[in-house]
Design a protein around this ligand. Structure first.
Ligand code: SAM
Length: 236
């Protein structure tokens, strides 16, 4: 899967994603991540990409043209690649704008995005981005929660991390993504590792029994109990 991040801070996203599991998947060629610097598409000699909002108000706004230029360069590249691979040209390229005004990101959305071959993620900064370019290029508006961050880079990294681990081959043990929180709208059951007793607390006996049907039943019950306690909204 190929992630294309349109950002004013390419180093921030690349440094964050080049390590750990995503880093290894990039190295293995299972994922590719490119950060496109929007500033490279500024059309003035000072490489300025922001300006005052019409109508007044605090802060600066990212201008439409550099954002559009960065998008166009990436979109052309994707179209060309599809052309050489003989893919359907009409297939729309998904462009996600990270914004507190978007739909809240969920595991289900991660599963859906993991089906895409290419995903463009647009990161805003300052007070956001001129509405006109959003209208022209954005297909999805996504938020990572009801709070306001300074930029879209951390949200883009959150999305890429969650999506990547669902791409086949990214996790070394595929089973580890098999039952996890939010599948079947449940939270995961409690887990234990060695030693069998720690600080006077014993591992539940059923987990030591080797009886797989009983273990499965216990885990299912624990998932239900935990979901009812911590996230009753999921059970609805
Ligand atoms: N003025 C905007 C508003 O009130 O909706 C907020 C702009 S915010 C300071 C700057 C950028 O950070 C946004 O353009 C967006 O890309 C990103 N951002 C901030 N909070 C976010 C969130 N909860 N989820 C996703 N992106 C977020």
């Amino acid at each position: 899967m190929n992630f294309h991040i349109l950002t004013l801070f390419p180093d921030m996203v690349m440094n964050g994603l080049n390590t750990s599991i995503t880093g290894r998947a990039i190295e293995a060629g299972i994922l590719s991540v490119e950060a496109v610097n929007i500033r490279d598409y500024a059309n003035n000699k000072h490489l300025k990409v922001d300006d005052y909002p019409y109508g007044g108000g605090a802060g600066m706004l990212m201008q439409a043209e550099p954002v559009y230029g960065a998008y166009e360069a990436v979109a052309k590249h994707i179209q060309k690649k599809r052309e050489t691979e003989g893919q359907v040209q009409s297939q729309k390229i998904r462009v996600v704008y990270l914004t507190p005004q978007g739909a809240t990101f969920t595991q289900r959305m991660a599963e859906e995005y993991a089906q895409e071959e290419d995903l463009i993620l647009l990161c805003g900064h300052y007070e956001g981005i001129d509405e006109r370019v959003l209208e022209e290029i954005v297909t999805d508006y996504v938020s990572i929660g009801d709070y306001v961050l300074t930029g879209g880079e951390l949200p883009a990294m959150v999305m890429i991390d969650a999506i990547s681990r669902l791409v086949p081959g990214v996790l070394s043990n595929e089973v580890s993504a098999e039952f996890e929180s939010f599948q079947d709208d449940l939270l995961e059951y409690p887990q234990y590792s060695r030693p069998e007793e720690w600080h006077g607390k014993k591992v539940p006996e059923v987990l030591l029994s080797g009886h797989h049907a009983n273990i499965d039943r216990w885990r299912r019950e624990q998932s239900l109990i935990r979901t009812r306690e911590r996230r009753p909204d999921l059970l609805k």
